[in-house]
Design a protein around this ligand. Structure first.
Ligand code: AVI
Length: 326
C-alpha cells in the first residue's frame, strides 16, 4: 500500500495499539477498545466530561463520599489503621475526600495509585501530596487488567482498595468478574474493596449523560480517530463520523459508536490496512454497563469478597459497595 503521509517509525508504534486496531477494524461489526480513548487529549476531554451537567456519575459518587465518609472508613477499618490503594489514578478528586478522612483519623496515610500511565501517576502524586501533606503517595506503574500485586502491608494495617467512578462498567461482564477476582487474590484477610457502580435509571437521563449538549462526549469519541491518525498515520476524517450513544436495555448498557456519514475508505498504512465503510456503518467504541440494585454485592460475592455495606445517593442513581476479605 502506498501513502504520501510519513509513517511513524517502528519504535514509535505501540504494538498494543497496533494489534488492537488491526483486530478491531477487521471485525464485523467493527470495534475499537475503550482504553484507546485515553491519550493525553482524551484524558483531558474525559476530565471535562466529569464536570458536565448531564454527566451525573462523578458528582453523584462524590455526594456519596461527602455524605458517608465516616461510615465508609469505619466499615473498612473496623478500628484498625488503613492504607489506601486505587486502581486507575484518575483525577483523584473523590479519593481526596477519603484520604483527608483517613489522615485526620490516623495522622498519616500511605496512598498507592495504580495506573499504566507514569504521567497520570506523577500528576496524582503532585496534587495529593501538595494538598494533604500527611499523605505519602507511593505510585505503582502497572496494567492492573493483566495482573496485580501490592507491597506487603504494615503489621496490623488493613488495605482499602478503591475501584470507583464506574470504571468496572467499561468491562464486559466476564472480564469485570475476572478483574475483581484478581483484586481479591492480591488482598489479605481484613482488607477491603470499595466498588463504585452506576445504576440503571430512566433512559433519558442515561442517554443525556453520553450525548451532552456541548458535544464534549462526541469530541471524546472522535478523538480516538485523531489518535489513530497520529499514532498509525491513518487518514480518518473524524468529522466524517457521527457520535452515537444508545441505550441497549437487553444488555443493560450504554453503547457508544462512531457512525460513518458516507461511503468512505480509510487507509492505515502503518498496519498495511485499508478499511471500507458503508454509509451508516458503525465502529463500536465503548460499553458502559449500568447495574441493578443488589448486583454490585453479587459481583463482590462472585469474586470472593463478603459484602459489608452499600451506600447510595437519595435518587439511587449510583452505588458504592464495600466488600471485605474474611
Ligand atoms: C470512565 N468511564 C466510567 C466513563 C463511562 O461513563 O463509562 C467513560 C465515558 N464514556 C463516555 N463518557 C464517559
Amino acid at each position: 500500500m502506498t501513502t504520501s503521509l510519513p509513517l511513524p517509525s517502528a519504535e514509535l508504534i505501540s504494538e498494543k495499539v497496533a494489534s488492537a486496531v488491526r483486530e478491531g477494524l477487521s471485525l464485523r461489526p467493527r470495534r475499537l477498545p475503550p482504553w484507546l480513548f485515553y491519550d493525553e487529549a482524551g484524558s483531558r476531554l474525559f476530565d471535562q466530561i466529569t464536570k458536565l451537567p448531564e454527566y451525573y456519575l462523578t458528582r453523584t459518587e462524590r455526594a456519596i463520599f461527602l455524605e458517608f465518609p465516616d461510615q465508609i472508613l469505619d466499615c473498612a477499618s473496623e478500628g484498625a489503621s488503613l492504607s489506601i490503594a486505587e486502581l486507575g489514578a484518575g483525577s483523584a478528586d473523590k479519593t481526596r475526600l477519603l484520604l483527608a478522612g483517613v489522615a485526620a483519623r490516623q495522622g498519616a496515610v500511605v496512598y498507592e495509585p495504580v495506573d499504566v500511565s507514569p504521567s497520570a501517576l506523577a500528576a496524582a502524586r503532585q496534587r495529593i501530596e501538595g494538598e494533604i501533606p500527611s499523605v505519602t503517595v507511593a505510585p505503582r506503574v502497572m496494567d492492573y487488567t493483566n495482573g496485580l500485586k501490592f507491597s506487603p502491608a504494615l503489621c496490623g494495617e488493613r488495605r482499602l482498595v478503591l475501584y470507583i467512578g464506574s470504571s468496572i462498567g467499561n468491562f464486559e461482564p466476564a472480564d469485570a468478574a475476572r478483574l475483581l477476582r484478581r483484586v481479591r487474590t492480591a488482598l489479605q484477610p481484613g482488607d477491603a474493596l470499595l466498588l463504585g457502580v452506576d445504576l440503571v435509571k430512566d433512559e433519558s437521563t442515561l442517554l443525556a449523560a453520553y450525548n451532552d449538549a456541548a458535544g464534549v462526549t462526541a469530541a471524546f469519541n472522535r478523538n480516538l480517530l485523531a489518535r489513530l491518525n497520529r499514532e498509525l498515520a491513518a487518514d480518518f476524517n473524524p468529522r466524517a463520523f457521527a457520535h452515537r450513544a444508545l441505550w441497549n436495555a437487553a444488555q443493560s448498557r450504554i453503547e457508544m459508536h462512531l457512525e460513518s456519514r458516507v461511503a468512505q475508505t480509510v487507509l492505515l498504512p502503518a498496519l498495511d490496512l485499508r478499511v471500507q465503510f458503508a454509509p451508516a456503518e458503525r465502529i463500536h467504541t465503548e460499553n458502559s454497563y449500568k447495574y441493578r440494585p443488589g448486583q454490585p454485592e453479587e459481583m463482590l460475592i462472585d469474586a470472593g469478597f463478603t459484602p459489608a455495606a452499600t451506600w447510595t445517593d437519595a435518587q439511587s442513581w449510583f452505588a458504592v459497595s464495600l466488600g471485605r476479605v474474611e
